[in-house]
Design a protein around this ligand. Structure first.
Ligand code: GLC
Length: 450
C-alpha cells in the first residue's frame, strides 16, 4: 500500500523548494506504469518542450487570446496567416536536431494549447480549428512524430483538455452541454494522438481545471480522467503520463524557474521551465523575453538531477517554426557541456549522499559515484559520510587523479587549487568503488493533496 501524504508534508520533510502541481489526483489499480517501464524516462534526465501555435505570430504569450479577450473571429483570422515559410518536415527536423544538439533525450510538443488550435489533421477538433483545415494545410504533429521516431528521440505530446472557445469551460455547471462537447473533443483528440502517430512515449496534459479555478483534480467530475487514461493505456500502453488530467499520473510536475533546494525527492518528478526568463512559453522577441544564462541553466540541471528529477526546457519557435538564434546557441552550449559531463548525468540516480544546498550533490551509476561540486571552497570544509564500499580511485572526468583523506568518521577529497580557482558551475569528481551501489531513494507515496 502506498504511503499517503500531502505535498506540503513531503516538502517539509525534505526541506524542499519544489512545489508539485495537481496532487490528489484519482488513483486506479493497474493504471500507473511500473518502475521498470519508467526506467528510460528516469535515465533520460533532459528533455525539450515546444510551445508553437497561433500565439507565436503575435509574440505576446500563449495566453494572448484569453488575456486580451480577442474575439473568436479575430483569433481565427490568425489561422489564415499561419503560413510558415518552411515545410512541416523541415521545421520538425530542425527542432529534433536542436534537441539532439542539446543532449536532450525526449521532446514534448504542444499539439493543442488552451486556445483550441490543433497542430494536426484532427477530425475531432471542434469547428475544424486545425493546421490541416486552415492556412498551412499541414499536419505538424505527423512531421514531428516522424522526425522524432526517425532520430530515436522519445516522442511526447502535450495536450490541453481545456479549451477557451467553450462557454462550458467557464461555466461548466450552467452550460453543461458545452462542457460536455469540450470533453468529447478531449476524448476524440487524445484518441487520435495516441493511435495515428506511431509510438507515443509521453502524454503531458495541462490545464485540466475548469474556469481557471481549483486544481486539475477538481475537474475530474467532468473529464473522468481514469476513463480517459484507460483509453490511453489501450492505445499507448507504455506512455509516461503526467498528473495533470486529474488522474495521479506516472510522475510529478514542478513548474517554473524557481530554485531547487532540499533533499532527494523519492518519487519520479520533472521540472519544466523556459530557456528564457519565462514571461511566455510561446515565442517572444529577444528584448521582451531575454535568455537565461548558461550557468543558471546548468546549475538548475545539476540541482534537479542530484535530487532525482528530470528537467524539461521549453523553446518557443517563431511563426515560421524557427528557434531564436540565441536560444539555439544556448542549446548547443548545453549539449557541449553534456558531451563532456553526461557520464555523471545520464542514466544515473541521485545519491548516495543527500545534497548540501549550493555546495555539492551526488549521482551514481553501478560502481561509480559522482560528486557534483558547486562551491569548491565550501566543499573543502565538508566531511563526506562514511560508506560501506572500498574506494578504488577518485578523479575528475578529464582524468586528474585526486587524493582521498580520512576525516573523522568520514572522508574528504583533496581538490587541487586549480580546480577551486576555475570556479566551474559543476566540478565533477568520479569515485570508483569496489562494487555496484545498491541504495535507492524510491518510496511508494500517494499524494492526497497540496
Ligand atoms: C504554464 C502556462 C501554460 C504552459 C504551461 C507549460 O501553466 O500558463 O501556458 O503551457 O505552463 O507547463
Amino acid at each position: 500500500m502506498p504511503k499517503e501524504m500531502k505535498g506540503s508534508e513531503l516538502i517539509s520533510r525534505l526541506n524542499s523548494s519544489v512545489v508539485f502541481k495537481s496532487l490528489g489526483g484519482q488513483s486506479a489499480p493497474g493504471l500507473k506504469l511500473s518502475r521498470e517501464d519508467m526506467d528510460w524516462w528516469r535515465e533520460a534526465k533532459l528533455g525539450m518542450f515546444i510551445h508553437w501555435g497561433l500565439y507565436s505570430i503575435l509574440g505576446r504569450g500563449e495566453w494572448v487570446y484569453f488575456r486580451e479577450q480577442l474575439s473568436d473571429a479575430e483569433y481565427r483570422k490568425l489561422a489564415g496567416e499561419f503560413c510558415p515559410d518552411q515545410s512541416p518536415e523541415q521545421i520538425a527536423q530542425s527542432w529534433v536536431s536542436a534537441a539532439q544538439n542539446a543532449g536532450m533525450k525526449y521532446m514534448v510538443m504542444v499539439t493543442r494549447h488552451h486556445d483550441g488550435f490543433s497542430l494536426w489533421d484532427s477530425p475531432g477538433s471542434f469547428g475544424q480549428f486545425t493546421t490541416a483545415a486552415t492556412g498551412p494545410k499541414a499536419d505538424y504533429v505527423r512531421a514531428y512524430a516522424d522526425a522524432c521516431h526517425a532520430a530515436g528521440m522519445r516522442t511526447g505530446f502535450y495536450y490541453s483538455p481545456m479549451d477557451w472557445r467553450f462557454p462550458g469551460y467557464f461555466h461548466p455547471k450552467e452550460q453543461l452541454d458545452s462542457a460536455l462537447r469540450m470533453k468529447q473533443q478531449t476524448y476524440d483528440q487524445v484518441e487520435e494522438l495516441t493511435t495515428r502517430y506511431g509510438q507515443v512515449d509521453i502524454l503531458w496534459y495541462d490545464g485540466g481545471w475548469l474556469a481557471h479555478t481549483g486544481s486539475d483534480c477538481d475537474s475530474a467530475w467532468l473529464y473522468e480522467p481514469v476513463k480517459l487514461n484507460r483509453m490511453v493505456r489501450r492505445n499507448a500502453p507504455k506512455a509516461v503520463i503526467n498528473p495533470r488530467s486529474g488522474w495521479e499520473g506516472d510522475f510529478y510536475c514542478d513548474e517554473g524557474s524557481h530554485e531547487v533546494r532540499g533533499k532527494i525527492i523519492p518519487v519520479p518528478w520533472e521540472k519544466s521551465m523556459c530557456l528564457c526568463t519565462g514571461k511566455s512559453w510561446g515565442w517572444m522577441p529577444e528584448q521582451d523575453d531575454p535568455l537565461s544564462s548558461l550557468d543558471s541553466l546548468l546549475t538548475m540541471l545539476v540541482n534537479v538531477v542530484c535530487r532525482d528529477g528530470n528537467l524539461i526546457l521549453n523553446v518557443g519557435p517563431d511563426q515560421n517554426g524557427r528557434i531564436r538564434p540565441d536560444v539555439e546557441k544556448r542549446l548547443s552550449q548545453i549539449g557541449s557541456w553534456m558531451e563532456e559531463n553526461g557520464e555523471a548525468i545520464y542514466a544515473t540516480r541521485a545519491g548516495i549522499f543527500q545534497p548540501v544546498d549550493s555546495v555539492y550533490g551526488t549521482t551514481f551509476r553501478e560502481n561509480r559515484l559522482y560528486l557534483h561540486i558547486q562551491d569548491p571552497e565550501a566543499f573543502r570544509r565538508q566531511t563526506l559520510p562514511p560508506i560501506p564500499y572500498q574506494i578504488e580511485r577518485a578523479e575528475t572526468l578529464d582524468g586528474i587523479s585526486l587524493e582521498i583523506r580520512a576525516a573523522g568518521e568520514g572522508w574528504t577529497v583533496d581538490l587541487p587549487q586549480r580546480l577551486i580557482e576555475e570556479k566551474r558551475v559543476d566540478t565533477i569528481v568520479r569515485i570508483t568503488l569496489d562494487r555496484p551501489i545498491v541504495e535507492r531513494f524510491d518510496e511508494d507515496i500517494r499524494f492526497t493533496g497540496e
